[in-house]
Design a protein around this ligand. Structure first.
Ligand SMILES: [Zn+2]
Length: 99
């Protein structure tokens, strides 16, 4: 599989990219599905999302801070392994001229 460019996504682009189900999964991960290496447990108060990326494997990478300790956390959502999402991501890359 060829590698893609990592693209920083704004809120609008993230919304375009994720369907309802994927948004629900995203929200769940932000709220309670991210491990904090500083707290050594899941971010029980969720993550304050600072940046979202579409990475070179067409996964979504979330970067933010833990709402408990304010430490940096990041989490991949591995959408890239799903063909449907990969195709959508590819169309998105073409639409913004960043294939
Ligand atoms: Zn923490």
């Amino acid at each position: 599989m060829s590698k893609f460019k990592e693209i920083k996504l704004n809120r609008f682009q993230l919304n375009v990219l994720l369907d309802e189900e994927e948004k629900a999964a995203y929200d769940y991960i932000v709220q309670e599905g991210t491990y904090c290496v500083h707290c050594k447990e899941m971010c029980t108060k969720g993550v304050d999302v600072k940046e979202n990326f579409l990475n070179d494997m067409n996964d979504i990478l979330i970067k933010g801070t833990c709402r408990v300790c304010n430490g940096r956390v990041s989490r991949f959502i591995e959408y890239g392994e799903f063909d449907e999402f990969s195709e959508k991501a590819l169309r998105f890359r073409i639409s913004i001229g960043a294939e």
